[in-house]
Write a protein that binds this ligand. Sequence first.
Ligand code: ADP
Ligand code: MG
Length: 226
Amino acid sequence: IVSEVKRLEKLRIVGDIAASISHEIRNPLTVTRGFLQFMKRNDITPDKRTQYIDFSLGELSRAEDIINDYLTFAKPTLENVMKLDVLEELKYVKNVVTPFALINNVEILFKNTAEVFVIGEKQKLHQCLINIVKNGVEAMPDGGILTIDLQMINKHAHIAIQDTGIGMNREQIERLGSPYYSTKDKGTGLGTMVVYSIVKAMNGKMNVASELNKGTTITLVFPVVV
Ligand code: ADP
Ligand code: MG
C-alpha cells in the first residue's frame, strides 16, 4: 500500500508540474501572437516593428528553453531501453553542445575515457548530460574549460562533468533539482529536476561537489553492463 501511495503521489506531482509548464509555455505564445497582430498594422514605425520582432523572438526562445529543459520529465519511465556505449554518447553530447560552448568561450575537453556500457534510453541520457554540460558552460561567464571524465570504478560508470565557474554554496546545492529553482535571469529551473528524474530511472546516483568561485563537479554513477 505504501509504495502504491507513493507512486500516486509522484504521478500527482508530475501532473501538477505538467500543468504549470503548459501554462509557462502558453504565456510566451500569447505574447508573441499579440506582437504579430500589432505588426499587421501599417502605421507602425520601423523601430517599433524591430522591437516587436525582438520581443517575439525572445518569447519564442523562452518557450523553447522550457521545452528543451523539461521535455522528458512528464514521462519519467524509460521506454526504448538498450545497452549504451557511454563514451560514444558523451562524444555525441560534446558535439551537440560545442556551438553553444564556443559562443561562451568555453572549450570542452575529455580527461579520462573508458569503454563502459550502461542500460538506459539514449535520448534521455543525452538530455540529462546536455542539461549538466549547459549548466557548466553557463557557470563560466568569462569562458574557460569544461572537462568530461569517464572512468569505470567498481563495476560502475563514473561520469564527471567539471567546470571552473561561479560554483554554489550549501544552500544552492540543497535547492538544486527543485522545480523552478534558478538563479539565472532567463533560467527555467527545470534542467536539474529532469537530470535527477532520469538518473533515478537509470538506477544511478548524482553527486555534487561545488565551491563558490572555484567551480562545480557533477558526477553521475551508473551500474555497468557487460
Ligand atoms: P537553470 O539552468 O534554468 O537555472 P537548472 O535546473 O539547470 O535551471 O539549474 C538550477 C540552478 O542550479 C541554476 O540556476 C544555478 O543556480 C545552479 N547550478 C546548476 N548547475 C550549476 C553549475 N555547474 N555551477 C553553478 N551553479 C549551478
Ligand atoms: Mg540549466
